[in-house]
Ligand binder design. Sequence first.
Ligand code: ATP
Ligand code: MG
Length: 176
Amino acid sequence: MNKLSEGKVQVYTGNGKGKTTAALGLMLRAAGAGMDIYFGQFMKTGDTSEAEALRRFLGHAVTMEQYGSGGELFGPDRERDTACARAGYEKARAALVSGRYDLVVLDEILVAEHLGLLAVADLLRLMDERPEHTELVLTGRWAAEQVMQRADLVTEMGEVKHYFHAGVPARTGIEM
Ligand code: ATP
Ligand code: MG
């Protein structure tokens, strides 16, 4: 049974920390409410701590797919990156339009668009095709203006300070 009568489109963007973790927090809450969740991650591959936690603790509620090429982000093989993003987009779209999910989170999809791996029109199409009862969350830096205009909620994480600039790399359990 559908849990939401009216789903919304949410965008988490900006340079500050918290976009992906906000989406994961929402997924935790939604799982607690018995919602069925689809989590698609653009450009990422591999065993992040969130992937491990979702499998171990929320496996009954969350279907997860990663669409990364496995190469370095901003790597030289643009054709491969584009093909992976396109294939991921089709998987994400199929999950969305299936109507099976109460919540669909597409992590870093906004970055994939910004880098030109997807078109703005692709994102607008997802928003158009979203089933009424499905909440759609799009995350990543550099959200396109048209996407923000079409969304129901836009949160911009502002970077006041980030230890990344002091040379602290992403840490397991905190950033990945
Ligand atoms: P989180 O997953 O912790 O919620 P986020 O989703 O808001 O973070 P992303 O845009 O996905 O952040 O950033 C991923 C990684 O980029 C971070 O783990 C960090 O190591 C690195 N990073 C953070 N700030 C910057 C920055 N200003 N410029 C470049 N890279 C950054
Ligand atoms: Mg992120």
